[in-house]
Design a protein around this ligand. Structure first.
Ligand SMILES: Cc1cc2nc3c(=O)[nH]c(=O)nc-3n(C[C@H](O)[C@H](O)[C@H](O)COP(=O)(O)OP(=O)(O)OC[C@H]3O[C@@H](n4cnc5c(N)ncnc54)[C@H](O)[C@@H]3O)c2cc1C
Length: 594
């Protein structure tokens, strides 16, 4: 695999120039005292250094070594332990954590950039840290003061890691069917019994304790998803001094042998009367989980495009080096037996598509992270409400569209290598294997599309969609006289029009056809994603165009935007047609005709 280079210039371009981090953080009540650009820049610099020099070089060996389960204990690749120590000492698990419990209190827009570099270096490793941050987020938002004081500082410091226990063998998407039980104890705690499967980092030997957040049902809980509660269950009991001791009847039954992220332990976890504590209110466990889900889902989207970035970097290096055939326009390296494959238009198509989607994803994820920060840190109620609406609308797109395009991109990156992409040596096949899971966990992408189409669009008659559409329209109107990007505004407006048309079509057809939402959902999410990326690319092109004459970096941005608009955005035309074909043909076979 080519050496990973943290794309700091691209990251700074998006965060500082396009989304104006300094202006934003200076304007929010909750960030103006805690972050300045110098600190943010130092954090990016350090993140770039440890991910590219310490972590990325371990990725291949860790994939080969994988995790092991022996005598009831899980071990992770040996070198992960040393790397983890460095990350823990640097406080990276608590980067966005609450400062009241020793977190660093950094905004998500910054944390998102760090996450990209972390996942580009290695998704498996990144999961141990990001699951800890995710679990901490839910504890911070919903647990009692006592639990927060006892657990958060040790999680933020990386002394303990976190894990999320939702899934059971018969209950994946439909969490209402979980069977794990929580029996109240006299001292206010609960006895948790049940088996969870597929638990990322459920057991590992990185730290001396693992803090599980577990969904379970109380004895008198209502049926279905309204009867789910959330519990904090440490693997090892913690005494009053915060010291981890005996096993708390939390054991690993086995680990999965799987396609990718082999250095991430995916565990079957048994809770045999383990002592746990309620987080949030009884029967409101899903609500408590939702607080962190927007963050987690964005994080999974970032996992995807981070791997795609790595695949792109490898593919460019290979395409410049590998010589096969001659350029159609005549030899470019006549002294050699053949030209580098980057001369061929089809290889250019692959590289440009990879570049346009990956950079579009970086822009889009930063855009969503910005709304998460406004929703969390603003004290302007109107602004906060608007940001919450946008987070709700855009989160399923961030999770599903970014990961779908990421897998496409990693496969394209593999294709650039021909047969050398299929064998292990060059690392491209690992990226394909590692990225595949991002479409599945944290809610499958099909279910994300249903969430977007059903809950976020149709359920409120398109009101959330209108907020997004108005923002894009305001941008178009404001830039009409900007000659640098006028050629992008017409296709952006046309694409938004198609998305509005699709929105109206599904809202109307859902009144008479119960399958309308499900039938349209995935195509609708793709149409939404393409249009949202067009908006992001137009914003990036606007900033870049002003500096393109002076600096090639910006000129390349403008050219990539032009490629996105001319070669990728037209897919919106066929998506609208597909959506408008409705559900009839899709549902036309009887079950026994399959
Ligand atoms: C490597 C790995 C790590 C994981 N890590 C964790 C973890 O840390 N914690 C945790 O709790 N879980 C974890 N999971 C579980 C993961 O979140 C689930 O696998 C996922 O939510 C899907 O559930 P399922 O596998 O039971 O599939 P199912 O729910 O059975 O879905 C099967 C198919 O049916 C579709 N489908 C289901 N319901 C609907 C519906 N209502 N409408 C339309 N389509 C539908 C799905 O989209 C999918 O295509 C992990 C899984 C893996 C493989």
């Amino acid at each position: 695999m080519a050496e990973y280079k943290a794309p700091l210039k691209d990251i700074r371009f998006v965060m500082n120039e396009v989304f104006e981090a300094e202006k934003l953080w200076g304007s929010l009540a909750g960030t103006k005292e805690t972050i300045d650009m110098e600190t943010a820049d130092a954090i990016l610099e350090e993140a770039g250094k440890i991910t590219s020099t310490l972590l990325a070089p371990l990725s291949r060996d860790a994939d080969e070594e994988g995790c092991h389960f022996e005598n009831g204990k899980v071990t992770v690749p040996a070198e992960f332990k040393t790397a983890y120590k460095t990350f823990a000492e640097g406080g990276w698990s608590g980067l966005a954590g609450n400062p009241d419990y020793d977190g660093m209190g950094m905004p998500k827009m910054l944390a998102a950039q760090y996450e990209e570099m972390l996942y580009s270096a290695d998704i498996s490793f990144g999961l141990y840290i990001s699951l800890t941050s995710g679990a901490s987020l839910a504890i911070d938002a919903h647990a009692s003061e006592e639990l927060k004081q006892k657990y958060l500082p040790k999680m933020y410091s990386g002394e303990w890691v976190g894990a999320m226990g939702l899934t059971e063998s018969h209950s994946g998407t439909d969490l209402g069917m979980i069977r794990t039980k929580a029996e109240p104890n006299a001292d206010g705690s609960y006895s948790i019994s049940g088996t969870k499967i597929f638990i990322t980092g459920g057991d590992n030997d990185l730290t001396d304790n693992i803090i599980h957040l577990v969904l379970a049902k109380l004895p008198d809980a209502p049926a279905g998803s309204k009867g789910i509660s959330l519990f904090l269950v440490p693997r090892n009991s913690v005494d009053d001094n915060g010291v981890a001791g005996e096993n708390n009847k939390v054991t690993c039954g086995s680990i999965e042998h799987k396609m990718g992220i082999k250095a991430s332990a995916t565990c079957v976890m048994n809770f045999d009367g383990a002592q746990g504590w309620l987080v949030g209110e009884e029967n409101k466990g899903l609500l408590a989980m939702f607080t962190m889900m927007n963050y987690e889902r964005l994080s999974v989207g970032i996992q995807g495009f981070a791997a795609a970035e790595r695949s792109y970097q490898n593919a460019v290096a290979y395409a410049l080096d590998r010589i096969q055939g001659r350029a159609a326009t005549g030899p470019v390296q006549p002294e050699k037996a053949a030209d580098p494959i980057i001369v061929h238009p089809d290889v250019r198509r692959m590289l440009m598509t990879m570049k346009a989607f990956t950079e579009g994803s970086r822009g889009f994820s930063t855009y969503v992270a910005r709304f998460l920060d406004i929703a969390k840190f603003s004290d302007d109620q109107e602004e906060k409400k608007n940001a919450e609406a946008m987070v709700a609308l855009l989160t399923p797109v961030a999770k599903a569209y970014m990961t779908d395009r990421a897998l496409d991109t990693c496969i394209t990156g593999q294709q650039v290598f021909g047969g050398h992409g299929y064998i292990r040596e060059w690392g491209q096949e690992q990226l394909v294997r590692d990225t595949r899971i991002t479409q599945i966990y944290e809610g499958t992408n099909g279910v994300q599309a249903m969430d977007l189409m059903g809950r976020k669009v149709v359920a409120n008659d398109g009101q959330l969609f209108e907020i997004f559409a108005s923002e894009v329209t305001r941008f178009i109107d404001a830039e009409l006289d900007n000659p640098a990007i006028t050629h992008l505004l017409k296709p952006l407006a046309a694409s938004l029009e198609r998305l509005s048309d699709a929105t109206e079509f599904v809202i109307t057809s859902a009144q008479n056809d119960r399958n309308a939402i499900g039938a349209a959902a995935v195509d609708y999410l793709d149409l939404f994603g393409l249009t949202a990326y067009a908006y992001i690319w137009a914003k990036m092109a606007k900033v870049a165009a002003a500096k393109a004459d002076a600096d090639d970096f910006y000129a390349v941005k403008v050219k990539t935007a032009n490629f996105y608009f001319s070669r990728l955005l037209p897919q919106t035309v066929s998506l609208l047609e597909s959506i408008k074909s409705g559900s009839d043909e899709m549902m036309s076979l009887n079950q026994d005709q399959f």
